[in-house]
Write a protein that binds this ligand. Structure first.
Ligand code: 26Q
Length: 853
């Protein structure tokens, strides 16, 4: 304790130092932003030695290194996580006492970086955490969007998008690296030449040059002994005045003049939907080209030449978004390094691997051929050449099957298919759950699987137990540690030991008490901070809630028809109607928490939000029912809000149309925090069930992926028949158009559109494409079972404990180990002791160097 006190005193001194030296103010007068800055600067000094030593260790030991390329990251707030990861929680508490400041205010002052849409971006951040914690040599690359995912407001049920200005204030956790900026070229005229092997290469003339400036964010691993620190390198085109095109400005084209300065401005808010926009293509190439240049520079600095490139470099393509690294690497190797075409192609395939995250056709990226030819003329020539060679090889192997070449070709019908490119240019392709990887092999990429059976593999997703349990749910974390020790923090397989306590009544009671406390915190948040707004955006109140004795039923994820938030709501309409007839029809109370953003152009998703809002209001106005049932729509769902909601959940809604959710990761976070899953046999739910065992996985329901595939191909499912033959289902669907929920014509129109999406064919889309009505009855019955079990809290707790205990496999540490083994061939390199001491030595000598003593 004495020691903590002393260290806290030193940290306070440092904070005061930074307040004066960097901000020109004193503690007593410092605003929250100033205090936050000085505090972060003081704390961050603590990690700089480790960061420097980590990078030096990788270089000196000539480690094979992973470069993770992703257009999205969702790291969540950094300060709170960094405090947890350097084990400074107690220290920081002491500092708060000494400075008279409030810890919660300090932590929540930091904006939550929303540099991603959802699952894919959050997965990238969990992976960075696990790579750092396990001492793997790795770098993350992405874009530093000026505006992250939009901030969502709900105005009388309608989603409004506002810019996310997360960089409004100085950001102490990023390091601008001016000396490491690189130049990325677009457009221009390629002039042909040959390399020494006789391969055609191209010199570009009259091109457009964009400066990419990197910002590094330290990713701090959890200490097993000495903690490692990795870099997340984010490219920006914003702060480079050379990107401004004055000539265009002078010619009166204001909008064009600033195009390259604003390239990295905005994250595209569509997930699962490809839009084909020009700026998006420029962003993707920016990431690919800038990162690749950086990788090559680093490699040359350490090794002198590229002879060991294929051995030392691994590039992971997170979905197809960064796939232009493939032609770009071939281009640079053949042109700038005079490597033969054949060898360049082998190196590229050896280095690259690709993760697919979705089977939805509309999410598979394609770019118009002319667009690529115009913006990236040299890469286009390479794509054509690669494609010619590939198609010739396929033709040779399958001379009978002309369609096959067409299906597999990179370029077809004037479009460039990024998935085909990614598969052909990689040595491994993986799906993100067992089911998803099977679907990839047998349906989505079947031709490719037949051609390259060994390329395809599975790595089931995982999440970091450090942010999602240790940090988000400190009470449950302490409860676990008390029973099984704290090794689970870095060895999550140990969580299985919790099984031994599942039937212990005292343990069950304690678990329930923690859940109640977390629910109380969520209630507080909803009732105080989750606003209800009128149609002008004015706050007119806050969410209605129920007490912590209610079942907290949670569905938090992006809004999408395949995720079937609509099925959840239809069930709630059924429940509401029952309760209206008889308020005692059900014996438990239920608080339904729904959160998620809809892509701005996705009308049906926005209509589903509106339905949630209208139904919540209807129930809230019903004096008899509101005591039993409430719906809270969480505005602007993000990582920070997830950290409040997940620890409070009893029931986790994972009800996607089977075969469509690649994996899901919210399912894992919720189960880790002791929620029971009501779910379909989809994505990672299937593996979770297997780990937990059928006996403790009571709420699985619905048609399987195979059944639905058959229903689709035989065209046997008729939504209308289901609707007409089930009175309760029929009633619920009719509520969408009988005027009971809508209060004006716009609302009525929105609900009618949902009604028709369920019952009417629309062009090539059949009625109820996502099989909502097909599964609704089974879902309804399963929800009854949920209520039955919830009546017995201790039994419920026993189930919950078995679920937590079954989550060992779903740590991102495990996923990363599997990638390292199956795909990257990566070894761990903990910080070298001598290197650490050298850095420390240099640092302390510098520290003594004061001009005025
Ligand atoms: C594509 C082209 C243009 C603009 C945007 C996009 C785009 C952006 C994001 C397409 C897809 C995404 C995101 C996909 C995604 O988040 N998929 C989810 O990935 C998770 C991690 O593997 C899985 O758990 C989820 O099941 C999957 O839906």
């Amino acid at each position: 304790m004495q020691e903590t006190n002393q260290r806290a005193e030193i940290l306070v001194q440092k904070i005061k130092h930074f307040l004066i030296a960097n901000l020109g103010t004193i503690l007593e007068k410092a605003s929250i932003q100033e205090f936050y800055l000085a505090f972060s600067l003081a704390l961050r000094e603590e990690i700089m030695i480790n960061w420097t030593a980590t990078l030096d260790t990788f270089e000196k030991q000539k480690a094979r290194t992973l470069y993770y390329l992703s257009m999205e990251y969702l790291p969540g707030r950094l300060l709170e996580n960094n405090i947890t990861n350097i084990s400074a929680t107690e220290l920081v508490k002491a500092v708060m006492v000494k400075t008279g400041r409030n810890l919660q205010e300090l932590l929540t002052h930091e904006p939550d970086p929303g540099l991603g849409n959802g699952g894919l971006g959050r997965l990238a951040s969990c992976f960075m955490d696990s790579l750092a914690t396990q001492h793997y040599p790795a770098w993350g690359y992405g874009l530093r969007y000026q505006y992250g995912i939009f901030e969502q407001e709900i105005w009388n049920g309608v989603q409004i998008e506002r810019p996310d200005c997360w960089l409004l204030n100085e950001h102490p956790w990023e390091f601008r690296r001016d000396t490491q900026a690189v130049l990325v070229n677009f457009r221009g005229n390629p002039v042909a030449a040959t390399n020494s092997h006789g391969d055609e290469v191209y010199q570009l003339e009259d091109y457009e040059e964009v400066r990419a400036l990197p910002y590094d964010i330290p990713i701090i691993g959890y200490p097993s002994s000495v903690f490692s620190v990795l870099s997340l390198r984010l490219w920006s085109t914003k702060e480079s005045p050379t990107n401004f095109e004055l000539q265009r400005y002078n010619a009166g084209h204001l909008d064009q003049a600033g195009e390259n300065t604003s390239l990295s401005d905005v994250l595209y808010p569509n997930d699962h939907h490809e839009t084909g926009k020009r700026i998006r293509l420029k962003q993707e190439f920016l990431l690919a080209s800038a990162s690749l240049q950086d990788i090559l520079l680093k490699h040359r600095r350490v090794y002198g030449d590229l002879s060991s490139f294929a051995d030392k470099v691994r590039i992971q393509i997170n979905d197809t978004h960064p796939a232009l690294v493939i032609p770009e690497l071939v281009r640079i190797l053949t042109k700038s390094y005079d490597i033969s075409w054949h060898e360049a192609w082998e190196i590229t395939q050896t280095c690259c691997s690709y993760t697919n995250h979705t089977v939805l056709k509309e999410a598979l990226e394609e770019w118009n051929e002319h667009r690529i030819a115009h913006l990236l003329p040299r890469q286009y020539i390479i794509l054509q050449k690669l494609n010619q060679e590939f198609c010739a090889a396929v033709r040779k192997k399958f001379p009978e099957d002309a369609d096959k070449v067409q299906r597999m070709s990179i370029i077809e019908g004037g479009q460039i298919r990024m998935a085909n490119l990614s598969i052909i240019g990689s040595h491994k392709v993986n799906g993100v759950s067992e089911l998803h990887s099977e679907i990839i092999k047998t349906r989505l990429f079947r031709d490719f699987y037949e051609l390259y059976p060994n390329k395809f593999t599975n790595v089931t997703n995982g999440v970091t137990q450090r942010r999602w349990l240790l940090h988000a749910n400190p009470l449950l974390a302490a409860f676990i540690t008390k029973r099984i020790g704290d090794r689970w923090i870095t060895h999550f397989e140990e969580i299985a030991k919790l099984r031994d306590f599942a039937s212990d009544p005292a343990t069950q009671e304690e678990f329930l008490a923690i859940k109640r406390e977390n629910k109380a915190a969520l209630i507080h948040f909803l009732a105080k901070e989750n606003p209800l707004r009128n149609s002008k955006g004015k706050i007119i109140g806050h969410s209605l809630t129920l007490g912590p004795e209610a079942l907290f039923d949670v569905q938090i994820k992006r809004l999408h028809e395949y995720k079937r938030q609509l099925m959840n709501l239809l069930h709630l309409i059924m429940l509401y109607r029952e309760l209206k007839k008889d308020p005692n029809a059900r014996r438990i109370k239920r608080l339904v928490v729904i959160g998620g953003k809809a892509a701005p152009g996705y009308e049906n998703a926005k209509r589903i939000i509106q339905l949630a809002y209208l139904l919540a209001r209807k129930i809230g106005e019903d004096q008899a029912v509101k005591e039993k049932l409430a719906i809270a729509y969480v505005e602007n769902y993000n990582v920070s809000k997830a950290q409040i909601i997940i620890p409070a959940a009893d029931l986790s809604e994972q009800i996607s149309t089977a075969g469509m959710e690649a994996s899901g990761t919210g399912n894992m976070k919720l189960a880790m925090n002791g929620a029971l899953t009501i779910g379909t046999e989809d994505g990672a739910n299937i593996e979770m069930r297997k780990e937990v065992s059928d006996a403790w996985w009571p709420f699985s329901f619905g048609a399987t992926a195979d059944e639905l595939a058959t229903a689709r191909s035989s065209d046997t499912y008729k939504a209308w028949d289901t609707y007409i033959h089930d009175v309760q289902v029929c009633d619920a669907v009719d509520a969408l158009k009988d005027g009971s929920l809508a209060t004006n014509e716009q609302e009525a129109e929105a609900l009618r559109a949902l009604y028709f999406s369920l019952l009417q064919d629309h062009y090539t889309d059949p009625a109820d494409k996502f099989f909502v009505l097909k599964d609704l009855r089974a879902y309804y019955e399963m929800q009854k079972k949920v209520e039955e079990l919830f009546l017995n809290p201790r039994k419920w707790a026993e189930y919950a404990l078995h679920n937590i205990a079954g989550m060992g496999k779903f740590s991102s540490d495990e996923a990363i180990k599997n990638y390292a083994k199956l795909i990257w061939g990566l070894e761990k390199y903990p910080i070298d002791t001598t290197i650490y001491q050298n850095v420390q030595q240099e640092y302390s000598e510098h520290d003594r160097c004061r001009i005025i003593s």
